[in-house]
Design a protein around this ligand. Structure first.
Ligand code: IPE
Ligand code: IPE
Ligand code: MG
Length: 256
């Protein structure tokens, strides 16, 4: 009927579920997955990387344009030093092992978060991933690493304050658009769907500004068990939602 509906149907290769443009995932529950099996937390994180690979593949197949994954939060530095070091090691290995394959699949990698506190080798690998894949036109994979949304908003506010103090901007120039353009997500559309695994129902400092009108799906599945079917179930739930953005329903027959 509508052209938007036509686009939705052609957005997927296999037509099982039409995908939202931007899916963001809080990949949680690695530790509990390992604990349930009497394994060290590192094993849960390792299996979490495999779930990430599956999810990237499924996202490409489903026609998702942007996939953002919360991989390490600004607050995760509070964990024991050994676990932090394990997580850094896994990120390094992921980029070293998977970058060529991501590139071959036309994936564009963007990294969101602060480079402060990251070792030179990690910062170098992140830049390498971004530079190599910069012109790719397939899925955009946004890796939120050492990311905290409040810190991101504070940095944006500080940069605007700096420009106002220097006379380059007037207070009335400060708009939603201006602030959005100072965030790390300036080139990325807002997420349509935010998924959090492991049954926790909180944002934990993830995309507070950007997800103002996202739909949320909380699944009890622990991240290492996440796969294409869990992703499709979340998308199916998303498609049953009525996004009103403060207005009235756009669904046919809903306004009566
Ligand atoms: C998610 O799993 C990975 C990161 C936060 C880095 P967790 O390590 O938080 O696993 P749980 O929540 O302890 O089960
Ligand atoms: C959020 O998970 C961060 C990531 C998934 C990277 P956490 O496990 O750190 O969140 P809390 O501590 O349960 O809120
Ligand atoms: Mg957790």
């Amino acid at each position: 009927m509508s052209s938007a509906g036509e686009q939705d149907r052609t957005a997927t290769r296999d037509g099982i579920v039409a995908a939202p443009a931007h899916v963001a995932i809080i990949m949680d529950g690695n530790g509990r997955w390992a604990a349930a099996r009497g394994l060290p937390r590192l094993e849960g994180h390792r299996r979490g990387v495999e779930a990430l690979r599956r999810t990237i593949r499924a996202s490409i197949e489903l026609g998702i344009r942007y996939l953002t994954v919360f991989s390490f939060s600004s607050e995760n530095w509070k964990r024991p030093r050994e676990e932090v070091s394990d997580l850094m090691g896994l990120l390094k290995r992921f980029i070293r092992n998977d970058l060529a394959n991501l590139h071959a699949n036309e994936v564009r990698v963007l990294v969101l978060g602060s480079r402060d506190r990251l070792s030179d080798d990690i910062a170098g690998l992140l830049s390498e991933a971004e530079n190599l894949t910069r012109d790719n036109t397939g899925l955009t994979l946004v890796v939120a690493f050492n990311y905290g949304s409040r810190q991101e908003i504070v940095a944006a506010a500080a940069s605007i304050a700096h420009d106002v103090a220097a006379g380059r901007l007037a207070p009335q120039d400060v708009t939603e658009t201006l602030l959005s353009e100072r965030l790390g997500t300036r080139d990325i559309p807002d997420p349509d769907l935010v998924i959090r695994t492991s049954g926790e129902k909180r944002l934990s400092n993830f995309l507070l500004w950007q997800a103002a009108y996202a739909e949320y799906v909380f699944t009890p599945t622990l991240w290492p068990d996440f796969d294409r079917s869990t992703l499709e179930a979340a998308i199916a739930e998303y498609r049953g939602r009525d996004r009103r953005y403060g207005g009235l329903s756009s669904r046919a027959g809903a306004a009566s």
